[in-house]
Design a protein around this ligand. Structure first.
Ligand code: COA
Ligand code: ZN
Length: 306
């Protein structure tokens, strides 16, 4: 079976927008449950301004805990600028992700920079990270639609993906930040982007706002993409992008991929344990589209084994 690679972004994208405070020990526990389920890669936190995103203020405490408890887990952290890189490196991070949006307004709202400055800062941060020996990812956010400017120009997305690749990003992550993409758009946009960046260095990051997350992931698979972001239980959303719902759920993506002949290395029953834990932390029901069926399967299996 062909392997696909999933990065679970729930500790970062999932928790950055929650009303309920989740403490550092609970974040570590969630990540341990993900690793126990077979998840090989997580985006653990972000080194951003604690004023902008108080939920990620404990990044410098969390990263060394993960490194000591789960040394084999590939762990990236989001950094918006050189100050974030410096903090991440000091905490022992080995992989960073920069976040560049494909419109002027989204960059202003998210990181308080215009598109030109955000592009330059992302390039500088990527180069500085490589000089420190770190692995790198680069998000191209609002790659389909922007909550402020409407449909994003495809030319801009392609140009920015190329610039991030040129600055050495190991992975360029095409992100549907508000979950507005459709499978047809995904097919068309990825075909154009893959002219600029090799497919094996492209990843996709879908949100499930309109119920098309899994369909979009399938369109990306058919377009030759093998790297996916997802969030266990479908938690997620950007605090600076109004209307964004959670990411495509990791369990939905795993179910779809495995039923379609791709290996993920991830066990669904392990993901259910992580979802149960996240529900106790966030004090509300979680889960993607398949959650009711998945839990019923688990109950049946448990009843059968007594
Ligand atoms: N981590 C922590 N603090 C940071 C920082 C970082 N990466 N970058 C800047 N700061 C601090 C500065 O040191 C300064 O602190 P001070 O007021 O104590 O002197 C303050 O923030 C303002 O610095 P400035 O460079 O003017 O930043 P800003 O106010 O223009 O904010 C960002 C820019 C990028 C730091 C801020 O917009 C941010 O953190 N955005 C979060 C984006 C995000 O996480 N979005 C969701 C995920 S996509
Ligand atoms: Zn996201």
């Amino acid at each position: 079976m062909e392997q696909i690679h999933i990065t679970d972004v729930s500790p970062r994208d999932g928790l950055q927008n929650q009303q309920v405070a989740v403490d550092t020990a609970a974040k570590l526990r969630l990540i341990q449950l993900l690793a126990a389920a077979g998840v090989q890669s997580v985006e653990a936190t972000s080194f951003v301004s604690p004023k902008a995103v108080p939920q990620m203020a404990d990044a410098a405490e969390l990263v060394p805990l993960i490194a000591s408890r789960l040394p084999a887990l590939r762990t990236s952290v989001l950094v918006p600028n050189l100050k974030g890189l410096e903090r991440a490196h000091a905490a022992g991070a080995r992989e960073i992700a920069v976040v560049l949006s494909a419109t002027e307004t989204m960059n202003q709202k998210n990181i308080n920079m215009g598109l030109r400055q955000a592009t330059e800062v992302s390039e500088q941060t990527l180069r500085a990270a490589q000089a420190l020996g770190l692995r790198t990812r680069a998000y191209v956010a609002v790659a389909f639609d922007c909550p402020f400017e409407g449909e994003t120009a495809l030319d801009t997305v392609v140009t920015l993906a190329l610039r991030m690749h040129g600055a050495g990003a190991g992975e360029v992550v095409i992100a549907d930040t508000i979950g507005s993409a459709s499978p047809g758009m995904v097919k068309q946009r990825l075909a154009a982007i893959a002219q600029a960046v090799p497919r094996d260095q492209l990843a996709v990051h879908f949100h499930d706002t309109r119920g098309m997350g899994v369909a979009n992931a399938w369109a990306a698979l058919e377009a030759g993409i093998r790297r996916f972001d997802a969030s266990v239980g479908g938690i997620g959303g950007c605090p600076f992008a109004p209307g964004a719902a959670g990411n495509v759920a990791t369990e939905d993506l795993v179910l779809m991929a495995e039923r379609s002949g791709f290996a993920t290395g991830i066990r669904l029953d392990g993901l259910l344990d992580a979802i149960d834990f996240a529900e106790t932390q966030l004090q509300r029901p979680l889960g993607g589209r398949a959650i009711t069926w998945l839990r019923r399967q688990r109950d049946k299996a448990r009843a059968a084994t007594g």
